[in-house]
Design a protein around this ligand. Structure first.
Ligand SMILES: CC(C)(COP(=O)(O)OP(=O)(O)OC[C@H]1O[C@@H](n2cnc3c(N)ncnc32)[C@H](O)[C@@H]1OP(=O)(O)O)[C@@H](O)C(=O)NCCC(=O)NCCS
Length: 179
């Protein structure tokens, strides 16, 4: 495990910020066609796309104190993916999202990470409203949105792909924090 202080911790995970050199950790995930099915239609990301993503997260954390956190599973010390608030394409609203390496799916880890990231985004960073965007068929992802307390906020189309948007604001979060 890389020695660095976690920003957030859950029972099974450490959530921390990125360094530019971390991009190679993300490569096996961002080039797995199953992971990428509902991101790019299964097209693997190039090294340049992965580097841009990691650099954007490092910059976002430096400037605004949040990002799509890199996730380490505590028991194994393995890097397993990311989860947290960033920006979806060029849209201006903060957006929470998650990608995990396939072997870690189905254990509730994305939900566990997302609960911690959402709480941090509202309570520490004081964001007002957070959205989440997924391709319409990505049921695992929309299920996480519902478990977090986000509510359906409409459908839209981007580059010929049908997407759903869920949303939650700080007042709604405070009134009904996720279980
Ligand atoms: C989406 C993703 C992060 C989920 O990770 P995970 O750790 O398996 O998620 P969790 O276990 O916390 O929760 C998933 C929920 O969706 C449900 N689910 C999973 N696959 C499902 C499916 N095909 N149909 C219906 N529900 C499904 C699970 O049962 C669970 O709900 P439950 O707790 O009510 O049983 C993971 O599948 C992934 O990395 N996918 C590829 C990247 C991606 O698409 N990211 C989202 C982009 S919007």
């Amino acid at each position: 495990m890389k020695e660095r202080p976690a920003i957030l911790e859950t029972s099974r995970l450490l959530l921390d910020a990125w360094q530019g050199s971390d991009w190679e950790d993300l490569r096996p995930i961002a080039t797995d066609v199953e992971v990428m099915r509902y991101i790019s239609g299964g097209v693997p990301w190039s090294d340049g796309q992965i580097q841009d993503f990691v650099n954007r997260q490092a910059k976002l954390f430096a400037e605004r104190g949040f990002c799509r956190w890199r996730l380490t599973e505590k028991a194994s010390g393995e890097f397993i993916g990311f989860c947290g608030v960033g920006f979806w394409q060029t849209f201006p609203e903060p957006e929470i999202g998650w990608w995990l390496a396939r072997k870690w799916w189905g254990r509730g880890l994305a939900t566990e990470a997302a609960r911690a990231a959402l709480r941090d985004a509202f309570e520490r960073v004081r964001l007002e409203r957070i959205v989440s965007v997924a391709m319409a068929g990505n049921t695992a992802s929309t299920r996480i949105m519902e478990k977090l307390g986000l509510e359906f906020d409409g459908e839209f189309e981007n580059e010929g792909v049908r997407l759903v948007r869920y949303a939650i604001d700080r007042a709604g979060y405070g009134a009904r924090p996720p279980a």
